[in-house]
Design a protein around this ligand. Sequence first.
Ligand code: UT7
Length: 334
Amino acid sequence: MTIPLKIAGVGYCVPESIITNEDLTKLYETSDEWIYTRTGIKERRVVSGNETAIDIGYKAALDAIKHSKIDVNDIDCIIGASSAPPKLYPGLACNMQTLLGIPKGTPAFDLTAACTGLIYALQVARGFIGTGTYKNILIVASDNNSKISDWTDRGTSILFGDGAGAMVVTASDDGIDDILSIEINADGSIGNYISTELPGQNCPLVKQNEYVGECKIRMSGKEVYKFAVTTVPKYIDRAIEMSGLTSDEIDYLIPHQANQRIIEALQKRLQYPDEKVISNIQFYGNTSAASIPIALVEGVEQGKIKLNSTAVICGFGAGMTWGCAVIRLREGIC
Ligand code: UT7
């Protein structure tokens, strides 16, 4: 028998420093008008000084754990969803274990699925919980996008911001499964649409590699855009069909916040009114895997989302990866 999963707590944290579109005009030729009309973004948050994705991830995790009412000593697995962590290793999840005082020995690992990381982590957690391997799993999604953005490239650096989201998922204590459907996907053959090289050279005793690499986001914006508006909607339809609900019966669409025009394309496909579609890209840009939990919790805080409801969530990004799920939003999760 598969053990059902409960989404017990969700949290988020964004850094304090705000970079507006106007600020970006100091870096290259651009305008608030160009950025806003093409992306819906007005400003984004970035870490500053010695702050990293670990610090904001920690605060998001504390928030999610508080909402879940789970004791840190009872967390038995930690999954980091991070594609641009501040350190290659130890991973984000291992850092969370130490900072939060989660018992030594608890497994902690990161997975790399870029902006789909939260949905990938949810699917992995579901496997662990479903089989009874672990009972209380902490998922932390946090990236240092601002550190790997090329701040001379106006085509990509306008898009990204820093932020962290976290979820605590547990074995359900009332038999109700909060994941009505979930599917994760990838197509590595179009991986060149968004990529970041890890710089490095071969051992000095062998022939050197010609390209040393540069740890910066490289993106074919147009290709990503087309991919997002053609592929993702089909998988949203599939997730809804698998959930056993109709799209009308689902209360909210909480999409990955990559571009307002992509969000609107998804909205149009579902024929949802504005009240059912959660968007906060205007204030944060694209915060990768953190964007869904940030939009969810902030949506609740601002009264846009009423709990005791359902939502279809979808993510897409480097890999290319994508994933969709229909989830239940219980009272008290945030
Ligand atoms: O999680 C997934 C993450 N990635 C995405 O979601 C990316 C999806 N793609 C997009 O959001 C859009 O492709 C962008 C917003 C990134 C770019 O919009 P676009 O309509 O595809 O613009 P473009 O790259 O084709 O550039 C059009 C023009 C170019 O000028 P020319 O060659 O036509 O003279 C660019 O040089 O706009 C110029 N441009 C800019 N102008 C002012 C590009 N960036 C800027 C800028 N300000 N920031």
